[in-house]
Ligand binder design. Structure first.
Ligand SMILES: C[S@@+](CC[C@H](N)C(=O)[O-])C[C@H]1O[C@@H](n2cnc3c(N)ncnc32)[C@H](O)[C@@H]1O
Length: 278
């Protein structure tokens, strides 16, 4: 969820990676909304960028079958170590970043996707240029990303909690939404050579048993970048205020929190353009 200052890839721990693997089923479900429109078929070569612990990557390997090939990359070694437990003859994982896909040749993949990753990428233009290079002509890209115009409910509550705990002057920076709007994405895709761009903002519901589950999930999915600028005592005050606020979201099923993600799809111009992104 939130970050203060610069995002660092150095703050992840084995414990955060294990927590992510346990709770990552939340990302897996909305990841499936990303995969459907890519119309993957048996034998396709697919790249999952920011694969995390590899749950969705494994699912995609099942879709492309024994003649397909799926590669998952992620900059966090702790996450890739867990993902590698899922590896098979057609599914491999490696440490790597979206901005540098030099290990891959031009036109290697039929499809590339990024599930809840794009908001973390510092140089989005460079990442898209690299993706365009490794896609085959007609190849598809799908990603979902936080939209700064529509923060997750938990982020709005977190901001209130920071203010209630007495740190109003730091609340904006600590809960800043990284990501991209529709206009920014449209421009980025156009200037990096993609066509047929479309996007829509979707609302997804997360159900949590208690506030510790919400906080644990936020910390694990931000790989150590969650509320980094606060001391332990300050964090305790914020967590207490957040716990009270989050309780207002209790339903018989659990704490009901809405998240908003913009799903965007496009293609590299070229000969496979007969396959439609539905
Ligand atoms: C919320 S997790 C999503 C993981 C996975 N895609 C899933 O569906 O569970 C975000 C992931 O983005 C990765 N990430 C952050 N910066 C990245 C970059 N520059 N290039 C590629 N991945 C990055 C993180 O390491 C992290 O594993």
């Amino acid at each position: 969820m939130s970050t203060a200052g610069v995002i660092s890839l150095e703050r992840d721990t084995p414990e955060l990676a294990r927590t992510y693997e346990r709770a990552g089923v939340l990302q897996f479900h909305h990841g499936k909304f990303l995969i459907g429109p890519l119309v993957l078929k048996s034998g396709d070569h697919v790249l999952d960028i920011g694969a995390g612990t590899g749950r969705l990557t494994e699912f995609v390997a099942g879709l492309v079958g024994p003649t397909g090939r799926v590669v998952g990359i992620d900059p966090l070694e702790n996450r890739i170590a867990i993902a590698r437990l899922r590896a098979s003859q057609t599914l491999t994982f490696d440490v790597g970043r979206a901005e540098d896909l030099s290990r891959f040749g031009p036109a290697e993949f039929d499809a590339v996707y990024l599930n809840s990753v794009f908001h973390w990428i510092a140089d989005k233009r460079q990442a898209l240029l690299e993706i365009e290079r490794v896609l085959k002509p007609g190849g598809r890209i799908g990603l979902n990303v936080q939209d700064p115009t529509k923060p997750h409910e938990s982020r709005t509550l977190l901001r209130q909690a920071i203010e209630q705990a007495g740190f109003s002057e730091r609340s904006s920076e600590s809960t800043r939404v990284l990501g991209a709007t529709d206009e920014e994405l449209r421009a980025l895709f156009a200037e990096t050579g993609f066509s047929d761009y479309r996007s829509d903002l979707r609302s997804l519901v997360d159900l949590h048993g208690d506030v510790n589950s919400v906080l644990g999930w936020s910390e694990a999915s931000a790989f150590g970048n969650f509320l980094g600028g606060f001391s332990q005592a300050e964090r305790a005050a914020i967590d207490a205020a957040f716990a009270a606020l989050v309780e207002t979201k209790r339903t018989p099923e659990g704490l009901h929190l809405e998240r908003y993600l913009r799903f965007a799809f496009a293609r590299k111009p070229g000969s496979q353009a007969t396959t439609s992104i539905s």
